[in-house]
Design a protein around this ligand. Structure first.
Ligand SMILES: Cc1cc2nc3c(=O)[nH]c(=O)nc-3n(C[C@H](O)[C@H](O)[C@H](O)COP(=O)(O)O)c2cc1C
Length: 354
């Protein structure tokens, strides 16, 4: 944990991070999480076109806050990239990373592992390693591979409960994180190399889930779905309302490719799927409706605006299985402070009972 505070000196322990949700987590959300002592990620996704403007906004916001000491030479947010987008994304992003030096980049979903090496080497070179490397993984195999190839500062270990995209075949966080931790620890010991910090993701909505992730061996945790219910998230009101209404995510969300097909975001490698709340599109597909007809109805629903979202409507509500625990809108700062504080209290309370 000391390592995290050295790299991100404005942060408090345990580290709370906001995941880089593409086009939803932009400068405002990312900055507010960091300003509350966490680390917010901007979701650039597969395209760097918004990045320059968003990083510039963070730079401006930073000047209005006294929470970032002079020892913070990097910009106090991270940026998340989807590596399947290919070399153009790296070429477009690199000059911006060199000039703004965000505190971290989060690499996810390469089409081949060598892309991780390419990104890591290039970003370390142009930022003189001021930008730390976070790699998101969902299996022990991928965690070992990323460690061997890149020696990242952080492994984000994401379990199957996570909202948005993740591996179609993936364990839940409770078995996944300790097994990854054991395997990576053994490898790093054998090789005499620094062990990446473990950050947990997938299903953490409040202090209880956060405390559990720390007990599993994580040094901090990421939330995505929970921050969808913040005013700083760039999200349609109808989508946000659908998140607040959804419950019992084990039966009312699913991971798959249908929502990508309907939305036209079909470039994802085959072994990834997006988890979202079940709705009419999903039920119709299960009943055998053709993709063509389902897409026609989806496109019609786009014209409904906020009424297009909901369990009895058709637009996609990407969210994790923990969605039932998200019941009110709160500022990103309040969420960050509440979950961090509750996690610490719960761990103290639990240990005092033993
Ligand atoms: C709507 C939504 C969009 C997301 N988009 C991305 C993305 O573009 N890139 C990425 O690395 N992770 C993305 N994620 C995953 C988050 O970064 C994070 O790992 C995940 O939300 C954690 O699980 P939780 O939703 O249960 O909190 C997204 C998650 C959600 C809910």
């Amino acid at each position: 944990m000391a390592e995290l505070q050295k790299s991100y000196p404005w942060t408090r322990t345990p580290l709370v991070a906001c995941g880089p949700m593409r086009l939803i987590a932009l400068s405002k959300l990312a900055f507010e999480v960091s300003n509350a002592g966490g680390l917010g990620f901007i979701g650039a996704g597969s395209d760097a076109s918004i990045l320059s403007a968003e990083l510039e906004k963070v730079k401006q916001l930073q000047t209005s806050s006294s929470n970032f000491g002079s020892e913070t030479s990097a910009l106090p947010v991270g940026v998340g990239f989807l590596l399947w987008a290919g070399d153009k994304l790296l070429d477009d992003a690199l000059p911006l990373l060199e000039s703004y030096k965000p505190a971290a980049i989060w690499l996810f979903a390469p089409t081949e592992p060598q892309q991780l090496t390419k990104w890591t080497e290039a970003v370390r070179r142009v930022t003189q390693s001021k930008t730390k490397i976070w790699i998101q993984v969902g299996t022990v195999k991928d965690a070992l591979e990323a460690t061997k190839l890149c020696q990242p500062e952080v492994l984000v270990v994401q379990g199957t409960d996570a909202g948005g995209h993740g591996l179609e075949k993936c364990a839940g966080l409770i078995p996944l994180l300790p097994e990854v931790d054991d395997a990576v620890t053994a490898h790093c010991r054998a090789e005499g190399i620094a062990k990446p910090t473990m950050i947990a993701a997938g299903g953490i909505m409040d202090g209880r889930g956060a405390a559990a992730s720390l007990a599993l061996g994580a040094s901090g945790f990421v939330m995505g779905t929970r921050y969808l219910a913040s005013p700083e998230a760039v999200i349609a009101k109808g989508y946000q309302h659908a998140v607040l209404k959804a419950a019992d995510g084990g039966i009312n969300t699913a991971r798959g490719k249908l929502y990508d097909t309907l939305r036209g975001t079909t470039d994802w490698p085959l072994h990834y799927g997006g988890r979202g709340v079940l709705n009419e599109s999903h039920r119709d597909a299960e009943k055998g409706m053709s993709v063509k007809e389902n897409k026609r109805r989806y496109d019609e629903a786009l014209k409904l605006g906020d009424d297009g979202w909901g369990e009895n409507a058709r637009l996609t509500t990407y969210a994790g299985t923990g969605v039932g625990l998200v019941t009110e809108i709160k500022s990103a700062a309040a969420i960050t402070e509440e979950v961090r504080g509750d996690a610490v209290s719960i761990l103290k309370r639990t240990s005092s009972k033993l």
